[in-house]
Ligand binder design. Structure first.
Ligand code: DMJ
Length: 728
């Protein structure tokens, strides 16, 4: 919406007045983009040639300005008007007031949506929607659990979500209910127009219609806009806007392809390790997979309580995200069945908007990784098809990609409310695109993502290597400057700096320089210790104000720091990794369920009592992987078995509070309430793609299984090979 506004202003040259320009500038620069957009929309020139004459007083004039005198003459003028004229004016004023009051809620809703990052996330992230009130688990045996193998895991008596109890009467069991459908808002993770639930109710039908209407509207908008892009006032045909002819240097830069040699693939067999723990992870995977297979096969995500599914892109997200985990765990039958689905059913020739980043890390990354593990050409073919369909995202004036691409139509666009992209999203697709170029020997994939890194490398607005969270697709500049976090919207920028450097054989100095500088920035501005127990944590900086708040997402950092230290970076990176790992562990153990909240706040005063404080809105757990991911790295590099024990505790608590008897695991609402953790009825694809994979690798004794000297894991835990150094 914001882009539309700016674009149309420039295109039509209609808003040339001072007020209009003022509004446009404010919306461009300010925090409150939608606010600018709505005022701007109202300023579109009327299509009819009506004219309104306004006299603007010059604020700088020094004319006599006696207020009393003016009040008197106003009153005299008012009295001179006829009764009819006065009634007419009063009527018009009343009408304006009513219209103003009526439009107030929708405007304030938009303001709320963009004025603060947390609210933004709440509004747009379906992950963060509340489960129905009164949904309450009862502790009991796992009714539908997969039977434990003979020499199976020594699990504690399974205490899992069983039936739901009506809070009105303690012993009256009722069937689990799906969460109440709320009105969906534009979704930061993708378009809301694909929500297709297995159990269709009237409400859902209504919502679907609404969404379809939005889709149609968007289609029309797109049709109108896709041809022309306004770039600083100049009109550019979108198709010719940004595709750069490959330079000779760039052509050379694409590393030579390395077709997978079957001898190099990772055998599909179970690795060794403490048998009970490995088997327990495999059991957890089988249990999650059973739910997916029974109720969501071929769809994006399982809703394990309502035994249905949700669609995000409509591309079998969980199935693809899970493929390499099955390979690594040696689940041959499951893998073969899922592969058949990829072969027979998976098609990217679909009129569907997908999020560039999420599709890249989960689907493209998943397919490339499967190709490397299995050597099966099918996965490379699918990856090529998808990669080429994602390329329109890069056709922007700045070459900073749009967040969303229609992989069927070959069009791309930013989210409806802004022309910004998220910094983490545009800088965390490089491992996958670069690998695709290497395998296909087609340099264009590598070129477009390298260009983004090149631009970000020199961009003003960083703070000792720390980057803002947004970047504009028109100007190519950072926006919403002054806010720095290692959490949502910036996190994997830092991760991919290091990992690209490792992937490319440690030759790309700019990447290393940016990474080292950023870690110095983190140490200088964001690292603090809690008052009570001196836990080291990473806070956020907002216009020089420190906020002692850390997303669970930040728990990727100990693993990344350890990986850097393993690759020769300073030893104090490892020291920081050890301290942060402890803190992430504490984010679990200090909660009553032993599971971390989505966001933790830390106490800075020693008198505060506890280190970790959780706000009511942050108490959910989405089965996220970051802590177990870091535990895996820490164990691999230190062999300290406490990391395995911490991971084991986490797995057991997932089993205790998030496991659904008939199959699947669910996100929960409240990690502080072991009696009523509040199941949210959603199993994220990354639970199978990442969380269980990292747990498995953590417990495996086979250090050669995906050796960290040979593979680099993308941010969705899909392993990709470190490129072999060119022969000297
Ligand atoms: C995953 O999709 C990726 O790990 C991403 O980098 C962050 N969010 C989720 C997991 O929490």
């Amino acid at each position: 919406m914001f882009l539309d506004c700016g674009r149309k202003l420039e295109k039509t040259h209609a808003c040339t007045g001072r007020t209009c320009k003022l509004h446009a500038e404010r919306s461009w620069e300010g925090q409150d983009a939608n606010r600018g957009s709505s005022s701007c929309k109202r300023m579109y020139p009327p299509s009819r040639k009506d004219f309104i004459s306004l006299t603007l007083s010059d604020p700088h004039s020094h004319a006599y300005n006696n207020g009393k005198h003016r009040r008197q003459s106003c009153w005299r003028k008012w009295k001179q008007l006829s009764r009819l004229q006065r009634s007419l004016i009063l009527f018009l004023l009343a009408l304006l007031l009513i219209l103003g009051l009526l439009s107030y809620p929708s405007i304030t809703e938009q303001w709320r949506g963009l004025s603060d990052r947390e609210d933004w996330l709440e509004l747009n992230d379906p992950e963060l929607k509340a489960a129905p009130p009164g949904v309450k688990p009862v502790l009991g045996p796992a009714a539908g659990d997969a039977p434990a193998p003979a020499a199976g895991p020594h699990l504690e008596p399974a205490v899992v979500l069983d039936v739901v109890v009506d809070p009105r009467g303690p012993n009256v069991p009722i069937l689990p209910k799906p969460p109440i459908k709320k009105k969906t808002f534009p979704n930061r993770r993708g378009p809301p127009n694909l929500q297709k639930d297995g159990n269709v109710s009237d409400t859902v039908g209504g919502e679907k219609q609404e969404q379809e209407a939005v889709q149609e509207e968007e289609g029309e908008e797109e049709g109108k806009e896709k041809k022309i892009v306004s770039w600083r006032g100049a009109m550019i045909e979108a198709d010719q806007a940004t595709e750069p002819p490959p330079s000779a240097n760039e052509k050379e830069a694409a590393a030579p392809p390395a077709p997978v040699n079957p001898a190099d693939t990772v055998p599909l067999e179970v690795s060794t390790g403490p048998a009970d723990r490995l088997e327990a992870v495999r059991d957890a995977f089988r249990h999650a997979w059973k739910g997916y297979k029974d109720h969501a096969w071929g769809h994006d995500e399982l809703k394990p309580i309502s035994k249905s599914f949700s669609e995000w892109f409509g591309l079998g997200l969980t199935l693809i995200d899970s493929l390499d985990t099955m390979w690594i765990m040696g689940l041959k039958e499951e893998f073969a069945e899922a592969r058949r689905w990829v072969e027979k059913e998976l098609s990217f020739d679909k009129n569907v908007d997908v999020n560039l980043f999420e599709t890249t890390i989960r689907i493209l990354g998943g397919l490339l990784s499967c190709y490397h593990l299995s050597g099966d050409q099918l996965f490379l073919e699918k990856a090529k098809d998808l990669g080429s369909r994602l390329m329109p995202a890069f056709k922007t004036p700045s070459k900073i990609p749009f967040s969303d691409v229609n992989i069927g139509k070959g069009t791309a666009h930013p989210p409806r409310w802004t022309s910004d992209s998220t910094v983490a999203e545009v800088t965390s697709i490089q491992l996958e695109f670069r690998e695709l170029s290497r395998l296909t020997q087609e340099p264009q994939y590598q070129e477009v993502v390298n260009e983004v890194m090149k631009m970000v490398h020199t961009l003003p607005g960083k703070h000792d290597g720390l980057v803002p969270m947004f970047i504009n697709t028109n100007s190519g500049q950072f926006t919403h400057k002054g806010v720095f976090t290692l959490g949502a919207r910036a996190d994997s920028y830092y991760e991919y700096l290091l990992k690209q450097w490792i992937q490319g054989g440690k030759t790309e100095d700019d990447l290393l320089e940016d990474y080292l500088q950023a870690i110095e920035g983190v140490k200088k501005h964001l690292v603090r210790k809690t008052g009570p127990n001196m836990l080291t944590f990473i806070g956020e900086l907002s216009h020089n104000r420190f906020n002692a708040k850390m997303d669970h997402l930040v728990c990727f950092l100990p693993g990344t720091l350890a990986l850097g230290a393993h690759n020769g970076l300073p030893g104090d990176h490892m020291d920081l990794a050890v301290q942060l790992m402890e803190t992430c562990h504490q984010m679990y153990v200090q909660m009553e369920t032993g599971l971390s909240p989505e966001i933790a706040h830390f106490s800075l005063q020693s008198s505060d009592g506890r280190d970790v404080v959780v706000k009511p809105a942050d108490r959910h757990n989405l089965l996220r992987p970051e802590t177990v991911e870091s535990l895996f790295y820490m164990y691999r590099f230190t062999k300290d078995t406490k990391y395995r024990d911490w991971g084991w505790d986490i797995l057991q608590n997932f089993n205790k509070y998030t496991k659904i008897p008939d199959g699947g695991y669910t996100s929960i609402n409240n990690v502080r309430d072991p009696v009523n953790p509040g199941p949210r009825d959603k199993m994220e694809s990354f639970f199978l793609g990442e969380t269980l994979k990292y747990l498995y690798l953590l417990f495996s004794d086979d250090m050669k299984l995906l050796s960290l000297d040979k593979y680099i894991f993308n941010t969705e835990a899909h392993p990709l090979p470190i490129w072999p150094s060119p022969p000297k």
